[in-house]
Design a protein around this ligand. Structure first.
Ligand code: HEM
Length: 362
C-alpha cells in the first residue's frame, strides 16, 4: 500500500475539472470573453443537479422500505431541506449570467447550436424522480423529451421514469397513516361539521351585508356554493374520482385526507416531522418553478421571441412548463380545506395520546 498523502487538487480532481472549460470561440480562433462564464455557470448547475439527485436517491431508498421510522423521517426532512437550500443558490446564479448582454451572447450563440438545455439528462432525472409523469409533459412538435438525449442518458432517464418517484412513495406512505382509524371517534364527520359551521357563518355575513346589492350578493352566494361543493368532493369517493379522471387532482383521496389531517394537527408531536416533510415538498416544487420562471425571463432577455437552440418556441415554451410541470400542487391546494385552529374538532384523549410523545412512569 502506498503511503503517499493525497493533496488538495488530487482529492478534488482539479486537473480534470479545471481543464474542462473549452470555449468553442477559442477553438474557432476568435475568443469571446463571456463564453467562459456561460460554460462555467452550466457546469456548476450540472454539479448541483448531481448533488440533488444524490439526495433524492437516498430519500427514495428510505421510502422504499415497507415502514419508515420516525428518525428516518427526520433524515428525509433534512435532505429535502438541503435540496431546497441548493435550489435557492441555483436560482441566484441566473443573475450572474445577466451580466452578459444579449449582444455578447450573440457573439458565440451560433457556435453551440444545436446544443440545448433540452439535452440536460440530470434535469430530466430530477423531474422524473420527484414525480413528473411523462403523460403530463409539455410536448412540442410531437417530440418525445427523451429524443434529445444520447442512448445511455435515455436509459438512465427511463429508469427513473419507470421506478417509484417521491410523489408515489409519499402518497403510499400517507395512505398507510394509521391515526384516523378510531372506533370511538369519526374525525371527518366532526371536521365536516366544523367546516359547515364556518361556511354557514360566512354565508350569513353575506346575507346580512347591507353594502351588497342583490347582484353582488347572488354572485357571492354562487361562489360559496362552489366552495361547499369543493369541500364535499374531498369526502365523496365518486366525486373525488371524477377530479382524478379530469386531471384536476392527482393525489389519491386517502392520501389527501391523511395530508390534510397532518396539516390541521401539525402541532401534535408525532405529526411535526410529517408536516415539515409535506411543507418541504411544496417548497421544492415552488423553488423549481421559481427557477423555471427566472430562466424563461433570462431566455426572453437574451433571445427575445426567437426559437431556442433545441427548436422550441423559446421563452414562451419555458413559461408554459411552470403550470404544466408542477408536481406537488395538490399539497399546496390543501390550504383550500384548512380552518382556523380555534375551530378544529377536539381530538379524543386516546387519539391524542397516540399522537404525543409522553413519559410512562415505570
Ligand atoms: C443565455 C442563457 C440561456 C438561454 C438563452 C437559454 C435558453 C433556453 C431555451 C430557449 C430553452 C428551451 C429549449 C430550446 O429550445 O433550446 C432552454 C431549455 C433549458 N435550459 Fe436554458 N438557457 C440559458 C441558460 C441556461 C442555464 C444557465 C441553465 C442551467 C442549467 C439552463 C438549463 C436549461 C434546461 C434544463 C432546459 C430544459 C427546460 C425544460 O424543458 O423544462 N439554461 N434554455
Amino acid at each position: 500500500m502506498s503511503n503517499k498523502k493525497t493533496t488538495y487538487s488530487e482529492y478534488l480532481n482539479l486537473d480534470k475539472i479545471l481543464d474542462s472549460q473549452n470555449p468553442l470561440s477559442n477553438i474557432s480562433g476568435k475568443p469571446i470573453h463571456d463564453e467562459t462564464l456561460f460554460i462555467i455557470i452550466h457546469q456548476i448547475y450540472e454539479l448541483w443537479f448531481k448533488q440533488i439527485i444524490h439526495e433524492i436517491d437516498s430519500i427514495i431508498n428510505y421510502f422504499s422500505n415497507p415502514s419508515i421510522k420516525e428518525t428516518n423521517i427526520n433524515t428525509v426532512v433534512s435532505r429535502l431541506n438541503r435540496i431546497n437550500d441548493i435550489q435557492k443558490i441555483a436560482l441566484n446564479q441566473i443573475d450572474i449570467l445577466k451580466s452578459m448582454t444579449p449582444m455578447d451572447f450573440l457573439e458565440f450563440r451560433d457556435l453551440l447550436n444545436p446544443a440545448s438545455g433540452f439535452q440536460s439528462a440530470q434535469f430530466r432525472i430530477i423531474e422524473n424522480s420527484l414525480g413528473l409523469k411523462k403523460e403530463n409533459r409539455l410536448k412540442f412538435s410531437k417530440q418525445n423529451y427523451k429524443d434529445f438525449l444520447s442512448r445511455p442518458e435515455k436509459k438512465i432517464v427511463e429508469k427513473y421514469e419507470n421506478t417509484k418517484s417521491i410523489f408515489d412513495l409519499v402518497e403510499g406512505w400517507l395512505e398507510r397513516t394509521p391515526f384516523l382509524e378510531s372506533e370511538e371517534f369519526n374525525f371527518w364527520e366532526s371536521y365536516k361539521n366544523a367546516i359547515r359551521k364556518m361556511l354557514d357563518r360566512d354565508m350569513k355575513i353575506i346575507h346580512d351585508n347591507p353594502n351588497l346589492n342583490s347582484d353582488a350578493k347572488n354572485e357571492q352566494i354562487e361562489n360559496y356554493k362552489n366552495i361547499y361543493k369543493n369541500y364535499d368532493s374531498l369526502f365523496d369517493e365518486e366525486e373525488y374520482d371524477k377530479l382524478i379522471k379530469n386531471n384536476s387532482k392527482r393525489l389519491s383521496q386517502k392520501a389527501s385526507l391523511a395530508a390534510l389531517f397532518i396539516m390541521l394537527y401539525r402541532d401534535e408531536p408525532i405529526l411535526q416531522s410529517p408536516f415539515r416533510l409535506l411543507t418541504k415538498l411544496i417548497d421544492i416544487d415552488q423553488a423549481l418553478n421559481s427557477w423555471r420562471y427566472n430562466h424563461a425571463l433570462l431566455a426572453q432577455r437574451m433571445i427575445g421571441t426567437k426559437i431556442g437552440s433545441g427548436g422550441s418556441s423559446g421563452s414562451k415554451y419555458l413559461t408554459k412548463t411552470l403550470s404544466k410541470h408542477s408536481i406537488f400542487d395538490d399539497y399546496a391546494n390543501l390550504s383550500t380545506y384548512l380552518i382556523p385552529k380555534s375551530a378544529l374538532p377536539k381530538l379524543p384523549e386516546t387519539l391524542k395520546n397516540k399522537l404525543g410523545y409522553y413519559f410512562i412512569n415505570e
